[in-house]
Design a protein around this ligand. Sequence first.
Ligand SMILES: CC(C)(COP(=O)(O)OP(=O)(O)OC[C@H]1O[C@@H](n2cnc3c(N)ncnc32)[C@H](O)[C@@H]1OP(=O)(O)O)[C@@H](O)C(=O)NCCC(=O)NCCS
Length: 198
Amino acid sequence: MPTTQREGRRTAAEAYHRPMAAPDTHQHRVTVRLRPVQPADLPTLCAFQQDPDSCALAAVKPRTTDNFLEHWRGVLADDTIIPRAILADETLAGTISRFNREGEHFVGYWIAREHWGKGIATRALQLLLEEVTTRPLRASVASHNAASLRVLERCGFAITGKRHEPATDRFLEADVVSLILRAPNATAQPAQRPPSPL
Ligand SMILES: CC(C)(COP(=O)(O)OP(=O)(O)OC[C@H]1O[C@@H](n2cnc3c(N)ncnc32)[C@H](O)[C@@H]1OP(=O)(O)O)[C@@H](O)C(=O)NCCC(=O)NCCS
């Protein structure tokens, strides 16, 4: 594993501030709502995904501004993707999306570093799950991303497996956990790690 990657992960783990309030309390500190992503959001969202701590936690490489804008033009033109801006007290704080890979539905999300630890990702995923009722839904998370694993498990996702993934143009080398939110009375199948839409 490259030295820079090890350092990035350590930095991310150390940088994440656990919320001081209890789980049921911190969700009430911020009002979260979702709306469609608008082109005017993209410069702000681009800056979010260029934060080194965030990238290390998600085990992804940041997109350049040009690549990010080109990628999101594709996302916004793709009817199979459901991308939502996350507003925290009406401030743009991140994105959450449902997207499809190889016939499976996945969720992915990204919260700006300054907004971590306020229950925003948990509430945003709850809201997306109310809006998007297709099941099963899947997620893939780097195993060191304890915050994202916690968000998914609080929203009912269950772990189905873990595998080692090599580095790619988009992802850092990482152990990756697969999760599923099942339809009632359904069983899970392992999923491959998809490209991130974020
Ligand atoms: C992961 C991420 C989405 C979490 O967003 P968030 O708004 O801070 O998440 P929430 O506050 O809703 O919940 C985080 C939970 O993880 C817990 N947590 C945070 N760090 C933790 C740690 N190191 N170990 C265990 N639990 C941890 C928090 O206590 C909280 O749980 P609680 O509500 O039971 O107290 C955010 O850090 C992020 O966007 N990171 C960069 C991109 C990314 O990783 N996206 C997900 C890719 S799968």
